[in-house]
Design a protein around this ligand. Structure first.
Ligand SMILES: NC(=O)C1=CN([C@@H]2O[C@H](COP(=O)(O)OP(=O)(O)OC[C@H]3O[C@@H](n4cnc5c(N)ncnc54)[C@H](OP(=O)(O)O)[C@@H]3O)[C@@H](O)[C@H]2O)C=CC1
Ligand SMILES: O=C(O)[C@@H]1CCC=N1
Length: 266
């Protein structure tokens, strides 16, 4: 199976995917083409051997796997422009675009194409994404290729398309939520005595370690919390104060608000 990949939309996510694919060795840089209108920002990728272009048609002619990574409001026009160069027997479309459903793409390209939706996050650049994938009209080989591709870039889970908006919130927006949590810890850490760089290191590594505990031991967070909370100790005092201030509630409300934003806007 040919591995040539086009990434249409070399922005935050598109370039992160390219960087991750190169560093994984899954594909040679010369077998990736990445496009955007202003290609000057793609110079670092070009220096690594990736083909860059402002011509989407050229990219589609080059590749068999087309990753769509433009903004949601741009995809319809772009697919319409690409229609003459798209071939359902050759091309497989993989959209990472929020809120664009398989049926939305089919309205432009028809029902013959194999379509995937994939929802990664920006940690894909360092191959630590979680990528939720759903498929339409895909053979076992095509599904395996897409899973192999994203497994190089972190972990994958195949889900039903109806969960794709929820996957966007928990997996993709989740990176930003985690950053805010870490930032708040840094702010607190500075107030209790650390310089910013040391507070950042301690806060980030602590969150990484906590996540690794769950991923390696498959425990529930509350089991791990029980191991940290000494009776009458400082951890439970701080945790309870956070809850009195609405910590869990604010996070849950934020997740649901992000979800409603996708569902209501699209
Ligand atoms: N950022 C994230 O964490 C995540 C984003 N997503 C989804 O991925 C998609 C991209 O997001 P993100 O990377 O953040 O957005 P960006 O705005 O950073 O990237 C979109 C890119 O598309 C390019 N573009 C615009 N028009 C065209 C065109 N006609 N042909 C080719 N390229 C074009 C833009 O560059 P130029 O203006 O130079 O053309 C821009 O660099 C969105 O749909 C988003 O919902 C999904 C999961 C996570
Ligand atoms: O905020 C957004 O709309 C996109 C979707 C997921 C991450 N960023």
């Amino acid at each position: 199976m040919s591995k040539k990949i086009a990434i249409i939309g070399g922005g935050n996510l598109g370039t992160a995917i390219a960087e991750g694919l190169i560093s994984s060795g899954f594909i040679q840089p010369k077998h990736i083409i990445i496009t955007k209108r202003n290609i000057s920002t793609l110079q670092p990728l070009e220096e690594k051997g990736v083909l860059v272009s402002n011509n989407n048609a050229e990219a589609v002619k080059f590749a068999d796997w087309i990753i769509l990574a433009v903004k949601p409001f741009q995809v319809k026009d772009i697919l319409e422009q690409l229609q003459p160069d798209l071939d359902a027997k050759r091309h497989t479309l993989i959209s990472v675009i929020t809120g664009i459903w398989v049926k939305d793409m089919q309205e432009v390209v028809g029902e013959d194409f194999t379509l995937f939706r994939a929802m990664p996050n920006t940690a894909i650049a360092i191959r630590e994404s979680i990528t939720c994938i759903c498929k339409y009209n895909a053979s076992k080989e095509q599904e395996q290729f897409v899973k192999d591709l994203f497994n190089q870039l972190g972990k994958t889970v195949v889900i039903e398309e109806k969960l794709m908006d929820a996957a966007t919130v928990l997996g993709a927006c989740g990176t930003a939520y985690a950053m805010r949590y870490i930032r708040a810890n840094i702010q607190g850490g500075i107030e209790i005595g650390f310089d910013a760089a040391t507070a950042s290191l301690i806060a980030a590594q602590t969150v990484k370690g906590a996540a690794e505990l769950l991923l390696t031991k498959h425990t529930h967070p509350e089991q791990e919390i029980d191991k940290v909370t000494t009776p009458k100790g400082c951890t439970i005092a701080g945790l309870n104060e956070m809850e009195h201030q609405g910590f869990s509630s604010s996070l849950i409300k934020g997740v649901v608000t992000s979800y409603k934003k996708i569902v209501n806007d699209m």
